[in-house]
Ligand binder design. Structure first.
Ligand code: TXE
Length: 480
């Protein structure tokens, strides 16, 4: 049994109450490690350590912070295989996805923000009244980072790297469903020589450890990625305390395919954008809209490709889809498939749990599922399923598809396939989403603003946006 520990004040420690709970391997449904069941007492210890570390850390030179973060990035790369195997085992995702995406992106996050701080500048405004204004930016203090289970180390480092790069000290909590790589990262931070208290990683449940972060008066800002309901609860707790908040929440993203698209490219990428990571990416295109003149051709070709996807052992290089993250989540996804049937949907492929043999017989596998015949405003097409389930719907005009695409409470991302640049521009500007990909999906440039509108969240991560989020601006006006 592997034992996960908290990382507080530079040391690996058990929860203060000595309690722990089970961590499951989704591939076989077995418990394989223990997670500290931290409470407000552990969060208090982490806040104390972070507060003590803040004065010195916030005064280190950019170069010093950058060098330390680059060391962490190098160690992530040096431990690539071990981290990828751990991520695949903890989350159920195919090892090839963890190897090619999750772990390289974790070290890229450290590298990107370690070097970004070497190149930033601040503004100055020359006034008509014979004065000059300088905008200074300072770290906030102790900040909180709370991350979800779908891209565990990838999203965890996406938050903590900019937070510590800008001179803050951090109390961070990974999802209790996938805590392993955050624990391994704490060992790497010790090896890299990160000063004690700069980063504190506390494991535990949302209601205990997570809620204690939102409530703590000394934590001045919270960066959160996860479900919309949790985001609402964090905002309700933290907003009256005037904490800075960055909330990256759910999505129900449209994937719009016009008849004049590059058919093969749209087809290939749509299979990927529907089912990558078992559909458990907030950016997955879960509502596919296809222009009526190519609807049947696209639908048939799409279903034929999906039928070829292999659902299998996450540890096998041959698997396209692994396990979904947990038993409750699998039941939730299967419940949505039942709902879709009740709402009049036709299952074109999938629609069932997949039972693998041998050691994997108790794993949480769901067949990639394509559903047609649903109205755009039914529950299946309005609620985030967050699993390997997509709907496919024909449309007749730009106006028609925009109305359907914009009809949900979410507005994270959208994908548009067309070879007509004017149409691409028109449709992109009318889509109510924080991110639009034209003729591609999930091309990520870390400098670009990342986030959503409506119930998909508040604020933007990435690039200068997140460096602004983790700093306070102060204007100094000097009379000349
Ligand atoms: O997320 P939660 P869950 C969506 C997806 C999924 C649903 C629930 O639809 O089915 O959210 O997933 C912590 N105060 N997304 O249950 O509960 C929690 O411990 C402070 C979308 O995993 O929101 C974890 O660390 N923190 C998404 C983190 O919040 C609290 C990615 C996320 O957990 C807390 C994942 C509280 N009161 C799920 N309660 C995306 N958009 O990327 C929980 N947490």
């Amino acid at each position: 049994m592997e034992i996960i520990k908290n990382y507080i004040n530079g040391e690996l420690v058990e929860a203060a109450n000595g309690q722990s709970f089970d961590n499951y391997n989704p591939a076989n449904g077995e418990v394989y490690s223990q997670i500290p069941d931290s409470t407000s007492k552990d969060i208090q210890q982490a806040v104390d350590a972070a507060s003590d570390a803040f004065p010195a850390w916030s005064k280190t030179s950019r170069k010093e912070r950058s060098d330390l973060m680059l060391k962490v990035a190098d160690l992530i790369d040096a431990n690539h295989d071990r981290l990828a195997a751990a991520e695949s085992k903890d989350n159920g995702k195919p090892i090839k996805l963890a190897s090619r995406v999750d772990i390289p992106r974790a070290s890229a996050n450290f590298r990107f923000f370690a070097t970004a701080i070497l190149h930033e500048s601040t503004e100055a405004h020359q006034s008509d009244q014979d004065a000059i204004n300088m905008t200074l930016r300072s770290p906030i203090g102790v900040v909180g980072c709370i991350s979800p289970w779908n891209l565990p180390l990838y999203l965890f480092t996406w938050k903590i790297a900019p937070a510590i790069a800008t001179g803050n000290t951090v109390v961070a909590k990974p999802s209790e469903i996938t805590p392993m790589t955050a624990f391994l990262l704490s060992e790497l931070c010790i090896e890299a020589g990160l000063p004690a208290g700069v980063l504190n990683i506390v494991h535990g449940t949302g209601p205990n450890a997570g809620q204690a972060i939102s409530e703590h008066p000394e934590i001045k800002a919270i960066s959160f990625t996860g479900g919309t309901e949790t985001g609402k609860r964090i905002a309700a707790t933290a907003a009256p305390m005037f904490k800075k908040l960055s909330l990256e929440l759910g999505g129900k993203n449209p994937n719009i395919i016009f008849a004049d698209c590059d058919f093969e490219e749209a087809l290939k990428t749509s299979v990927h954008s529907s089912f990558a990571n078992q559909g458990q990416i907030c950016l997955c295109g879960s509502r596919i809209f296809v222009e009526r003149s190519i609807y049947d051709k696209f639908k048939d070709a799409f279903v034929a490709r999906v039928d070829k996807l292999v659902v299998g052992d996450p540890a096998s290089e041959g698997s396209n889809l692994g396990a979904v993250v947990s038993k409750p989540h699998m039941e939730k996804v299967l419940g949505f498939i039942d709902l879709a049937k009740k709402e009049g949907g036709t299952i074109l492929t999938g629609g069932n749990q997949v039972h693998l043999d041998g050691d994997l017989a108790k794993g949480y596998y769901v067949a990639p599922t394509v559903i047609e015949g649903l109205s755009h405003d039914c529950q299946t097409n309005q609620q985030e399923i967050f699993g390997p389930v997509v709907t496919i719907t024909p449309f007749d005009s730009e106006e028609d598809v925009l109305a359907m695409a914009n009809s949900t409470e979410y507005g994270l991302s959208a994908t548009v396939w067309t070879s007509n640049l004017h149409k691409a521009n028109r449709v992109s500007s009318e889509l109510k989403a924080g991110i639009v990909w034209v003729n591609c999906w999930l091309f990520r440039d870390l400098r670009t603003p990342f986030g959503g509108v409506k119930k998909s969240g508040v604020g933007r991560e990435g690039g200068w946006d997140v460096l602004n989020f983790f700093t306070e601006k102060k204007n100094v006006c000097i009379k000349l």
